[in-house]
Design a protein around this ligand. Sequence first.
Ligand SMILES: [Ca+2]
Length: 319
Amino acid sequence: MRSKKTSILLVAVMFVTVFAVGIPEERNVTAEGTETMIFEDDFESYAVGTFPSSGGWELIYNGKGTQYQKVVDTESVSGSQSLQLWGRPRWAATAQKELTFESEVIGFEVYIKTGSHSGTIENTGVAAFYNEEAAPWGLGFGLVLFRDNGEIHAVQGFGPNTTFLQTYEPDVWYKVKVILDKTVETYDVWIDDVQVAQDVIIWDTHLIEGIRIGSGHSGMYSFFDDVKVFEVITESPQEAIEDVMDDIEEMNLPKGLECSLLSKLENAIKSLDKGNDNAAMNKIEAFINEVEAQRGKKLTDAQADELIAAAEEILAMIN
Ligand SMILES: [Ca+2]
C-alpha cells in the first residue's frame, strides 16, 4: 500500500515537473524581451545514419561526402543523438533550415562540438542565419565560427573582419546563442550563457531566410544538437499589460470583476509610467492574488492560468 502511494505521488511529481518545465521552453522572458520558439530540433526523431531531411533540413554542401552528413548516436547533449556534419578542405558541409520570421529581433541557440585543432584558421563548426540565393556561396548573418586554431569568432558584416570571442577545447560541447536585431543591424553572442560579444555590426539582414549549421574547410567533424530558433518580442511592460487588458475584455467576465482586474492593471501602467517599478509589481501581485481567489468561481482554471502566466511574464520583464 505504501509503495503504491509512493508511486502515485512520484507520477504526480513527474507530471508537475514535466508540465512546469514545458512552458518556459516555449516562452522565455529575458532582458532582451520574450523569446518565442519558432523551430527546435534535438535530432532524436530521425533514424541513425540518415540526414534529417524529414525535419526540413537541406544539405546544401556535402563536405567529405553525403554519407558523412548524418544523425549519429555516438554524441549528444539531449537524448542519445545529434547531427554530424563533416567538411573537407575547400568544400564545407552545411545543413540549412528555411524559416519565416515576423519579429525584427530573432535568435538561435545550438550546441556545437568539434574535433582536435590542427592550427589553421579554417572553420570547423559554424552557425548563422542565412540566405542561400543572395550571393554565389550564400550570405551568413550573425555568424559564429569555431576555427581550427581553437578560437571562436564573430563576423562583422560578411567578413573578412572578425571579432575574437574566446578559445575552445576540442571534443567539448559549447552552447552558442545569438540574438540579432534587424532594426539596428547588430548581433550579440553568448557562449555557455556568458555574453561574449555585443553589437557586432552586420547589414542586409532583411535577406535572412533561415538558419545554417556546418563544418568548414578544416576537414574536421562537428556535431550539433538542440537547435532552437526563436523570435524576441521586445514590447514594453506597459504594452504587455495592455495586451492582458484586451484579453480580459474578451473574456466577458462579470462587470464587477472585470473592472477590478482592469483597474489594478491600469494602476500598474501608471506606476510604470512614473518609473515606480516596485509599486507596479505590487499591483500586478495584487492582480495575481485576485485572479487566484476567483479560480473555479468567476474564472475558469484555464482563464486563471492564462492571466497568471501573462502577469508573471510581465513581472519578469519589469524585474
Ligand atoms: Ca539530441
